[in-house]
Design a protein around this ligand. Sequence first.
Ligand SMILES: Nc1ncnc2c1ncn2[C@@H]1O[C@H](COP(=O)(O)OP(=O)(O)OP(=O)(O)O)[C@@H](O)[C@H]1O
Ligand SMILES: [Mg+2]
Length: 393
Amino acid sequence: VDPRYKKISDLLIDYSMGHFENRIELSEKLDETDAFISGINMLGEELKTTTISRNYFNNIFNSVSDMIFVLTDGGMIENVNRTALEKLDKKYSDLIGLPIDQLLVEGEKPLFEFIKKKLGNSNQGVEAEKKFKTSPTDYIPASCSVNFLHREVKGELRYLVTVRDLSKQKEMENLVIRTIVDTLENERIRVAKDLHDSLGQQLSAVKFYLETLINITEDKKISPILTKSGDALKAAQAELREICFDLMPMTLETYGLVESVHELCRKIGHKNLLEFIILPDKHFPLLNKQLEIAIFRIVQEFINNSIKHGRATRITLKFNFGRDKDEVKIELKDDGKGFDKNKLYSGSGTGMGLQNVRSRIRSYDGTIKINSLPGKGTEYGILIPLNKTTLQR
Ligand SMILES: Nc1ncnc2c1ncn2[C@@H]1O[C@H](COP(=O)(O)OP(=O)(O)OP(=O)(O)O)[C@@H](O)[C@H]1O
Ligand SMILES: [Mg+2]
């Protein structure tokens, strides 16, 4: 037997073990067996380049910092990169064959349905923001970019989903919003205190002098003027108290949110034939001052809207402390005209009120659900998670 066959068989064994760099030298005969050998050498060359490019691709696939999913035509995960396994804390075998929508937080709108609907026949790609579960209680906010993954085999449709973790970015955004809002609120506190301490004191002094004058004067002409001045002065003092309260209710600092909401409702109820029902949880805690101010402003905006737009006659405000003491739940409800939510962001002239409410809540990682129907009243459901800082007074 030609000894070259032994070499061929050894080489094929090498190839099967992944050693694609080995070759066999041709003999001087240059016969058919040599032609066969040169074919096998070429095969080695071919295998080497495809394997290198496959490894090259795998390296890229696994080392990008975004999560990458390949989805089948039915939305099942067919392949996934290492970053996704690490971020979601899952094993490869847990994810393969799983519908991608099962990775989302409960209550999120399905991603795959959206892809199917939006991607259509275009090659533009679609974007969506979704929350990916990392544990039963935690998630990653992420932006997903989706496009078709073109395959050589016709008819086999695949989708490539790139998911970027937005946690850091969101944290940063929240911090910026909170800093801006806190700066504004601190400035209001300062102005309210200044007004109360300086102007308030001086008005009190003037009142004292006026009252002394009223008591000692016997002049019939001057006396009624003095009395009128006294009334005007009392009105000015009341006005000043209103302004200070609007700027910053002092009760908030001393007695906390629920008490200052009571005070707010008393003031408003007097002026506007309006019934308030305030239902605070017995155990509703004192919260961090900035968070209490934020919630107070939200309640203020809700009441203003109920009066201004809803012409409500009854407003119910519920303050609940979550079962596990890790969130506050606030339900605000009116019996007013209600509105069509679909028209909220269409047309011009929409106010800043609800946008401010949303950004305040978002900056604390909270959520808000607004329910409203024309003729059926309006309801806000607000959840704000608590942590060490927000529970600290
Ligand atoms: N309680 C409510 N009852 C009826 N309509 C409401 C109620 N709350 C909000 N709306 C509707 O939603 C719209 C947006 O409210 P938003 O508070 O954002 O703006 P605004 O009150 O018009 O202006 P701003 O708050 O800046 O003074 C309102 O214009 C109104 O049509
Ligand atoms: Mg408003």
